[in-house]
Design a protein around this ligand. Structure first.
Ligand code: 26W
Length: 794
């Protein structure tokens, strides 16, 4: 591309003038960002085309990853890095008087997701491309990504997010590849040539227009595709009320997760899901038909992966296309479909398991409903043969029951592979949540422990640490992250450990500076940075963390000379807009922060920071600066967690329960390099006779903390935290916060104690980094590729 720095500079200046119609001297940072972005995109277009040609001519199998979320964050720096031109561009721009770091800040985060599930999808795309694997993403091009969070007087306020405001440099609109997706209307059936045909009449048709984003592999000339669908009115609308039709249409790709507490919202959500699925499957089949004729061979060339149940309608949609458009009979279509689709489950929380009322589903998707109905009939018949007379079991397992369509059941029946996202999670699926299905389809179940791309989360976001590692063990770890283990040979090398410490210290200073700019609060860069960043949810127990902080505060007030090593507690979390309880926890964190930070008797030792608008780009600044990683969910509730892996890779030490992937982190680093506390998963799942009130009565630390919640501790706030108090004492503390309190306090004491022994701490930190290679998503993706998808890079 650019043979030299000089060549790059020349092209950049030419390009800028051409694109912006301004001289370089007049150009803004936005102009410079746009110019650079377009140059890169054009630069990859050759490899983009040749990658597709390579896949086509090889005629091998390809995988399509369907996900309602892709939490990409920014792409500029990681694209430059994967292309291997970051240094050249950095230097070239510097010579022009431009700071690449500042240009990087211009890019909006692509926040097309909520949290773990969406970020996992983004890490997977990076690993697929970087492993040279034929795998592409399909998602929705939401006009507004996840809301922007502001904190006003301690409360979360949501503002619409506007990532497309300045356009999007990475995407290419491909209107010629648009697809029509029908909703509502009636299905008319008739016989033709001895075959039953179905006609969808009076449908409201929405045009799905693809916007393709290149997914650039690391130094390997591979460029895969993320195809995001935009909902638009059909070019020739035949409607009585055209304006209304236009609004209805565009709404489909307007918001990520619209509020679904009412029917209107539910319809919109289901519309989004079918919109994604129908457009994607149609596009996959079209491209298959270009090089193959026989649909019966489809599953030998295509695998469709559904990321949780949101895209599960891929199953009936593929059935529909194979039968209604491809002319296959039911049996053949079913064989092809179930051999093509694989499914990942990301949660066992029952409130997150999707169900749709038939009264909404049937009229909105009449043909799809017919097919789901038939799948259910056949499945129930099969169950009846296996368990004659066991009505209760059949009712429990049915796909449609009590006027509801159960999406997880459809996924279990219509796919060939079902995986959990950490070893413990998969065991819980097999033995509890999905045990009925495990009994009849044991061969479908498998585990794929999550991972994160070490390129973004270490190489890019913690460049100093990455350089130190390379200095220590060479650069092979970048392609083979397991090689990070070679760092273990520095465990007793005090000079190396000292350098590790310096890097962490510098990262902490950077974060402290950012916190000061953003909040005006000065934190002690020598204090322990104790961080909990993730979605706000009761099961994740941010509350346990806060109660511990209040307890420390009480200790300091009772005994001002008590030895507490200075700590800065840092939180970042968005609460779902309709989640009342989670929003109360945010208010509590902010109220405690205010109280603690303003109290001169304690604020030398304790500080509490709530960083607003937690998102990918902010996360990249936080992980490198963390000392302590809070992974404190009620055991059995967190499917895996991926933040835990990002912390570990950046040398933070976990304080956590044996939940999700924490279990596997512990196995890798050993008991001495992690702080484990609390109930185990089986203890939680089989707990008999828990009474939270007893913990309140018998533990005076708890009593004092909770009394503070409702009286005295926060003057002028009478019943603000009543809901929290009630959840713990009146509703018997569903998530065992009080049960685990004592154990958590002890573990936290151990954290402090250990931190004071810096040498030991640094060894622990190094061990964590060294063992983190296992959690690279390259490992995860290669497991998916071999065990589930049957794809390779040859
Ligand atoms: C309300 C609809 C809904 C329901 C569930 C939206 C999103 C979900 C997801 C399943 C929630 C999610 O993101 N789960 C997280 O997935 C991560 C990636 O596997 C795991 O690491 C987290 O433990 C899990 O909570």
């Amino acid at each position: 591309m650019f043979s030299s720095k000089e060549e790059f500079k020349k092209q950049f200046l030419q390009r800028l003038e051409m694109m912006c119609g301004k001289s370089f001297a007049e150009s803004s940072k936005d102009d410079q960002f746009d110019t650079l972005g377009h140059m890169i995109r054009e630069h990859v277009s050759k490899n983009w085309i040749s990658t597709n040609e390579r896949y086509r001519s090889k005629n091998g199998k390809q995988v399509y990853y369907l996900s309602i979320e892709f939490l990409l964050g920014r792409l500029l720096r990681s694209n430059l890095m994967n292309l291997g031109i970051d240094k050249l561009v950095d230097e070239g721009l510097r010579e022009l008087g431009i700071n690449l770091n500042e240009i990087e800040e211009i890019e909006s985060d692509a926040g097309l997701g909520n949290g773990g599930l969406g970020r996992l999808a983004a890490c997977f795309l990076d690993s697929l491309a970087s492993s040279g694997l034929p795998g592409h993403g399909f998602g929705i091009r939401y006009k507004h990504g996840l809301f922007e969070q502001k904190i006003v007087e301690g409360y979360q306020v949501e503002l619409p997010e506007l990532w497309l405001r300045h356009g999007q440099v990475w995407e290419v609109r491909k209107a010629d590849l648009s697809v029509e997706v029908p909703f509502w209307g009636k299905i008319k059936s008739f016989e033709e040539n001895g075959r039953l045909q179905f006609l969808h009449e009076d449908a409201e048709r929405i045009t799905a227009v693809p916007y393709d984003v290149p997914v650039i592999g690391y130094y390997n000339d591979t460029v895969n595709t993320l195809r995001l669908w935009n909902a638009e009115p059909s070019p020739f609308p035949i409607h009585r009320n055209v304006m209304k039709y236009k609004r209805n249409t565009e709404m489909v790709s307007e918001f990520l997760y619209p509020d679904d507490t009412n029917d209107e919202g539910k319809i919109l959500r289901l519309k989004q899901q079918y919109f994604l699925v129908s457009a994607s499957i149609c596009s996959i089949v079209r491209s298959y038909m270009k090089s193959h004729r026989n649909l019966k061979q489809f599953h030998h060339h295509v695998c469709i992966h559904i990321n949780d149940t949101h895209p599960v309608l891929a199953i009936p949609e593929l059935m529909r296309i194979l039968m209604d458009e491809g002319g296959l009979g039911w049996e053949d279509a079913w064989e092809v479909t179930t051999a093509s689709i694989s499914y990942t489950n990301h949660t066992t929380l029952s409130e997150a398991l999707e169900k749709w009322p038939v009264r909404i589903f049937q009229p909105l998707l009449p043909r799809i409903y017919m097919i789901v109905h038939e799948i259910n009939e056949r499945f129930c018949k099969q169950l009846w043969e296996k368990y004659p007379g066991d009505w209760q079991r059949i009712e429990q397992m049915a796909i449609i029951a009590h006027d509801q369509v159960k999406m997880a059941h459809l996924a279990l029946v219509g796919s060939f592979s079902v995986n959990g996202v950490a070893a413990l999670h998969t065991e819980i699926l097999k033995n509890r949540e999905m045990n009925d299905f495990y009994q009849i389809f044991p061969e479908k179940f498998n585990n794929k422990t999550n991972g994160i791309t070490h390129r973004r989360w270490l190489l890019k976001s913690n460049q100093d640490l990455a350089s130190l590692i390379t200095e220590g063990i060479g650069s092979e770890w970048i392609r083979q992250p397991l090689k990070l283990q070679e760092l273990l040979r520095y465990r007793d090398d005090s000079a190396f450990l000292e350098r590790l410490k310096t890097i962490k210290q510098q990262n902490k200073l950077k974060l402290a500076k950012r916190i000061r700019e953003q909040t005006g609060i000065q934190i002690d860069p020598l204090s322990i940075f104790d961080v909990q960043v993730k979605r706000l949810h009761a099961y994740k127990r941010q509350l346990l963390n806060v109660l511990h902080i209040i307890h420390l505060y009480n200790c300091l007030k009772d005994e001002p000379n008590v030895h507490i090593y200075p700590r800065t507690f840092i939180f970042g979390a968005k609460a779902s807009p309709g989640y009342y309880y989670a929003k109360k926890i945010i208010k509590l964190i902010n109220t405690v922060a205010e109280k603690v930070n303003k109290d001169p008797e304690v604020n030398k030792k304790l500080k509490v920071i709530f960083l607003e608008n937690y998102r990918v780009s902010l996360a990249e600044e936080i992980f490198p600066a963390a000392d302590v990683s809070e992974q404190i969910s009620t055991a059995s509730k967190e499917a895996s967690g991926t933040g835990n892996m990002k912390f570990m890779m950046n040398g933070a030490i976990t304080i956590g329960t044996l939940d999700g992937a924490n279990v596997e982190i512990k196995e890798l680093v050993g008991d001495d390099n992690i702080f484990i506390f609390g109930l185990k998963a089986d203890e939680v799942l089989n707990y008999q006779g828990y009474r939270s009130l007893e913990y309140y009565h018998f533990d005076k630390r708890i009593r004092k903390v909770l009394e503070g919640l409702i009286s005295g501790f926060f003057p002028n706030i009478d019943d603000e935290f009543e809901a929290i108090y009630d959840s713990l004492l009146m509703e018997n503390d569903q998530y065992f916060v009080l049960r685990d309190f004592d154990s958590y306090v002890s573990a936290q004491k151990k954290v402090t104690y250990t931190y004071t022994n810096q040498e030991q701490w640094l060894k622990m930190s190094l061990t964590n980094i060294a063992q983190s290679g296992h959690f690279s998503s390259d490992r995860t993706i290669n497991e998916y590729a071999t065990d589930i998808w049957g794809i390779d890079s040859k």
